[in-house]
Each structure stands twice: as C-alpha cells, then as structure tokens.
Write a protein that binds this ligand. Structure first.
Ligand SMILES: Cc1cc2nc3c(=O)[nH]c(=O)nc-3n(C[C@H](O)[C@H](O)[C@H](O)COP(=O)(O)OP(=O)(O)OC[C@H]3O[C@@H](n4cnc5c(N)ncnc54)[C@H](O)[C@@H]3O)c2cc1C
Length: 410
C-alpha cells in the first residue's frame, strides 16, 4: 500500500450538516481537524447541499449565533412567526405565535444549499481544518486512545490516526457498519415527498402543520414567496405521487392542503425519503462518537432531526474544549449521559405525533380535534409545546445559551 501516515486531533467522517457544523463549532479550539467527505461538494452527486430545506429551531439560531455564523445566513433564510397546527376533516386548531414566546421568530427555514455555503465558507477560512473530498474510507482500527483510518483520495491510499473519530456519514453510515455498531429501526411505512412550491397568496411567515388520515403535511415559509412542502404519505403511494407532472401534483396537493394559501402555482423538483426511526445502539465507543443522522435519524414531522444533532454538537464541542480535569474517556461518558434525555424526549414527541395523527380512526379524530382546541385555549400547555419545538427545553449547552467557546482538552 502506498500509504502516508499522519495524525490529527479530530477526524470527522461525513461533511454533511452535522459533520461540517461540528468542525465549525470547534473553530478556535486549536484542535487539528480533518474531514473525509465521499461526494464532491457543489455537484448533483452531493446528497446534502441542494435546494431541500431544514426548519431550524430558535435554539439552533442561538447556537449558530454563538458560533458566529448566524449573520452570514440570516438574510437568506425565512423566519417562522406562527405555527398553525390543524387536523384535516376536523375543526380543532392550535396556533403558536412568536409574540407569545417573546422571540423574533419561533424558527427559521433554510435551504440546505445556503447552510452548506455558510459552513464551508467558514471552514475554508480555518487553517486547522483540512478537507479530503471526494475521499473514501477503506478500513479503520480502534486502539485505546486513538483510531486509525485508511482512506483513498485521488487514487492514492493514506493512513490517518486521530485522537477522536466522529462518525457523521448519515443514516446508512458505512463507517458505523465497519465499526460493527448496530442500529434499532422502527419503520413507519411512510415516505416524505419533498418539494418547494409557490402559493397563490403570501405565506406571511406561517408554518402549517396539517395532520391528515394518510400522514402529516407541512407547508413551511421559504424565501422568495415560496413554501417548502414535506408531504408524508404511505410508502406505496410516494413514488407515484412524486412522478406526477407539475399540474397533477399541485392539484393533489391542493386537495390535501385546502386553500389557506390560495391556488398553489408552481412546484419544484420532488424528492422521496422513506421514513423510519433509526437509532445507533451506541453513540460513543472508545474514541469514536456517532453523530447526526448516523446516531439518530427521526421522522421529520416535527422538524427536529438536525436541531437535535446541533444540540449534540454544541455540547460535545463545549466538553472537548472545557478546562475540566476529566480524561477524554470521562468527557465522552459525560456527553452520553447529558445528551440521553433530550434525545429520548425528541423520539417520544415525534413518535407520538406520527402515531396519534396518522390514522383515520374516527373516535381518535374527535379526540385529536378536542386536544388541538384545548391546547389553543391553554397558554401553559402552548408555551411548553412552543419551548419544545424551539429546542429550548431541558438542560442547554453553553452554545445553546448563546455563549462562545473556550480552550481545548483533547
Ligand atoms: C424529509 C426530511 C425533512 C427533514 N426536515 C428537517 C427539519 O425541518 N428540521 C430538522 O432539524 N431536521 C430535518 N430533517 C433531518 C435532517 O435532514 C438531518 O438531521 C440532517 O440532514 C442530518 O445531517 P447529517 O450530516 O447527519 O447526515 P447527512 O445529511 O446524510 O450527511 C452525511 C454526509 O456524509 C457523506 N457520506 C456518506 N457516506 C460517506 C462515507 N462512506 N464516507 C464519507 N462521507 C460519507 C454524505 O455525502 C453527506 O455529506 C429532515 C429529514 C428528512 C428526511
């Protein structure tokens, strides 16, 4: 093998939203960071940074602000001022408003492309970060205090030994498989059809979450008077739905959503994602941390996946650079213990929403309608729901409280 041996402090496999955000969060730590990303950035082959969108919670805004990244994205993403939750065929409605929570917005809708540009612009300016892209991991070996990775780049093989390995190569993580870390999987038998549309009337920064007998349908306010649509349907219908021509697709969507935004005018490219709750059986093993979708991929009904990952990233970055007397193994054990509760809460919340709101059992339909109405009338319950959606409930990391980072510990 034509291998050149090198070392770094932190090696991140997968430069998607999670991997790139962690590398940015560690800026200023003095740690040497290398990223191995399989697909060239800014090409159609890249599975992450296209015109698909992600709803960022207010809590994620606070984290990006503390990382010094918010100003670069703020003008290019759309605020969510109101969340309107309804149940198709029933009367109950709940509305969460930014003014009730005393914040500028409950959340923000960002195109992945925009987040990618902001994250990679920052990484390009950081001399401690080295990107290998496109590159492929061939094998890895765990030792007590390091992990060695053999990878291929430009037809050549290299070996890199890192003090800490972050596995962030997505839900079907090959690296997690190489480490023989298993997953638990709950298949929802549903798929999400994703697209951006132009509505007939202005969205006025309202996010609509509409539960239907075939699954939830979300319209999220997007820049340029568009809405990002996440339409959850039984898997057997998804591919046919996505393959409809624009006019037929818009007609079906209009039937499901109604006319709250007038006549739907234009639909963009459609993408289909099968939905499941996939959870890694371990998120830390020795000097390996599993991160982002590789750690937990959840149903997008409440738009929590990346927000959860960003809270993981904020805490891990804080613990790695803190001046505590803990060894790295102890630090990683603390990380696992501190993040467990938030992840469980998000799984339970998301799973309950999917199960309660994705069926057509009529008694349950009436109960749902009553629950939505009751929630709308009870400020305390609404406030708790809003805090959960905004990613502000539970124990927050320093970045999560808007505080910048300190010095390294690796
Ligand atoms: C339909 C849908 C809607 C969603 N909406 C929201 C939302 O509104 N809000 C929210 O918070 N979350 C949402 N999510 C979740 C969010 O998309 C994920 O949490 C986020 O993309 C996870 O990022 P990641 O970096 O972990 O994984 P990925 O985005 O999958 O990135 C993995 C990266 O690893 C690279 N890679 C893959 N294999 C390898 C390899 N072998 N070696 C090296 N690199 C590799 C890939 O090229 C990619 O760059 C949604 C998800 C879906 C499916």
């Amino acid at each position: 093998m034509d291998a050149e041996a090198k070392t770094c402090d932190v090696l991140i496999i997968g430069g998607g939203l999670a991997g790139a955000s962690l590398a940015c969060a560690l800026e200023g730590s003095g740690l040497s960071i290398e990223i191995i990303e399989a697909f060239p950035l800014n090409t159609d082959a890249q599975p992450c940074y296209d015109d698909r969108t992600v709803a960022l919670s207010y809590g994620s805004r606070v984290i990006f602000e503390a990382m010094g990244l918010w100003h670069a994205m703020a003008d290019r993403i759309e605020p969510i001022k109101t969340i309107h939750i309804s149940d198709r065929g029933h009367l109950g409605v709940t509305r969460l408003r930014h003014s009730d929570e005393g914040v500028e917005a409950l959340g923000y809708v960002a195109e992945n492309r925009v987040l990618g540009e902001v994250l990679y612009q920052r990484l390009a300016e950081n001399q401690n970060v080295k990107l290998h892209c496109p590159a492929e991991v061939l094998s890895l070996q765990q030792a007590d205090e390091s992990v060695s990775v053999c990878y291929q780049e430009n037809g050549k093989e290299f070996e890199l030994t890192a003090g800490l390995l972050i596995v962030a190569d997505g839900v079907s993580s090959k690296t997690r498989d190489m480490l023989q870390i298993g997953t638990s999987r709950q298949d929802y038998q549903q798929s999400a059809v994703i697209t951006n549309i132009t509505p007939g009337q202005p969205h006025q920064n309202v996010a609509y979450e509409r539960f239907t007998d075939t699954g939830p349908l979300a319209f999220l306010p997007l820049t340029e008077h568009r809405c990002s649509v996440v339409w959850t349907v039984p898997t057997e219908q998804a591919v046919d739905l996505a393959a409809l021509d624009d006019a037929a697709f818009l007609e079906k969507l209009q039937q499901r959503f109604g006319f709250r935004l007038g006549h739907l005018k234009k639909a963009g490219q459609r993408h289909v994602y099968p939905l499941a709750l996939v959870e890694s059986t371990q998120i830390v093993r020795g000097r390996v941390v599993i991160m982002g979708n590789a750690a937990h991929a959840i149903h997008p009904v409440a738009g929590q996946g990346f927000n959860l990952a960003l809270r993981d990233i904020a805490l891990l970055a804080e613990l790695l650079v803190s001046n505590s007397s803990q060894t790295l193994d102890e630090t990683l054990a603390t990380y696992v213990e501190m993040r467990e509760k938030d992840a469980r809460r998000v799984y339970r919340f998301t799973d309950a929403l999917v199960k309660i709101f994705s069926n057509d059992f009529s008694v349950l339909g009436h109960l749902r309608a009553s629950a939505l109405l009751a929630t709308d009338l009870m400020p305390f319950v609404k406030h708790r729901l809003a805090r959960q959606s905004m990613g502000l409930s539970g124990r927050l990391s320093k970045l999560g409280r808007g505080l910048a980072m300190e010095k390294p510990n690796v």
